[in-house]
Design a protein around this ligand. Structure first.
Ligand code: 13P
Length: 252
């Protein structure tokens, strides 16, 4: 059966010291009360080595929020998938709408990143989702399918096992406006159908599809109760341990 996951995306928040403090608090809370799901924290690059070492024997896995679309070389300021892997991180978040929008990450660039991440033994949390204008034009299904086709549907069935999908409607990110559980379920079921068309029903059934966008402790239970919602990718509410723990508890 597919994994239940609660993943945090810290985005560009927390100094190294603040990040270490948050990871420590989370580790301590979850050592006392074991989670009923996989827990991942997506930290900035500079935290990865320290926090991966700290969380080595804990239930919390560590993710990067990006990696380069080149393997190595003269790309000043970039961080490769091999470098991310060498920190002890297990995952990388790719395709986030903020990176698509502010850093012009195209489907082709994301495809290169996905390939390099998998080649280097990372698991990928691949984000898709429509804008408000696209939702109002009822284009959400076409947008999500095109994003999958553009960057991940070329993968082999073996590689696909290391992909987690995160559906994040852009209009719900950081806005306090969550998709309703029914709205989210409808598109999650559609996404799973798309996966089934390419990889077959069993692979689709084993694929974790997370919801992201103003997910918090108060709405997580209703969202996670839906059959095709396998957890959340959490921004703002992952920045304080009690808030994040509240969402993890939605799986209890
Ligand atoms: P918020 O939870 O802050 O809306 O962010 C969601 C997100 O973008 C996670 O990647």
């Amino acid at each position: 059966m597919r994994k239940k996951i609660v993943a945090g995306n810290w985005k560009m928040n927390k100094t190294l010291q603040e990040g270490v403090a948050l990871a420590t608090e989370l580790k301590d809370i979850l050592a006392v009360e074991k989670p009923n799901c996989e827990v991942i924290i997506g930290t900035p690059f500079i935290h990865l080595a320290t926090i991966s070492e700290m969380l080595k024997d804990s239930v919390v896995a560590v993710s990067a929020q990006n990696c380069a679309n080149k393997a190595s070389g003269a790309y000043t300021g970039e961080v490769s998938a091999a470098m991310v892997k060498s920190t002890g991180a297990e995952y990388v978040i790719l395709g986030h709408s903020e990176r698509r929008e502010y850093y012009n990450e195209t489907p082709e660039i994301l495809k290169e990143k996905v390939d390099l991440a998998l080649e280097n033994g990372l698991k990928v949390i691949f984000c898709i989702g429509e804008s408000l204008a696209q939702r109002e034009a009822n284009e959400q299904e076409a947008v999500c399918k095109a994003e999958l086709m553009g960057s991940v549907f070329h993968l082999s069935p073996e590689q696909w096992k290391n992909i987690v999908i995160a559906y994040e409607p852009i209009w719900a990110i950081g806005t306090g406006k969550t998709a309703t559980a029914d709205q989210a379920e409808e598109i999650h079921a559609f996404i799973r159908q798309c996966v089934a068309e390419v990889y077959g029903a069993e692979a689709a059934d084993n694929t974790s599809i997370l919801y992201g966008g103003s997910c918090k402790a108060s709405n997580a239970p209703e969202l996670f109760a839906k059959p095709d919602i396998d957890g959340g990718l959490i921004g703002g509410a992952s920045l304080k341990a009690p808030d994040f723990k509240g969402i993890i508890d939605a799986w209890k």
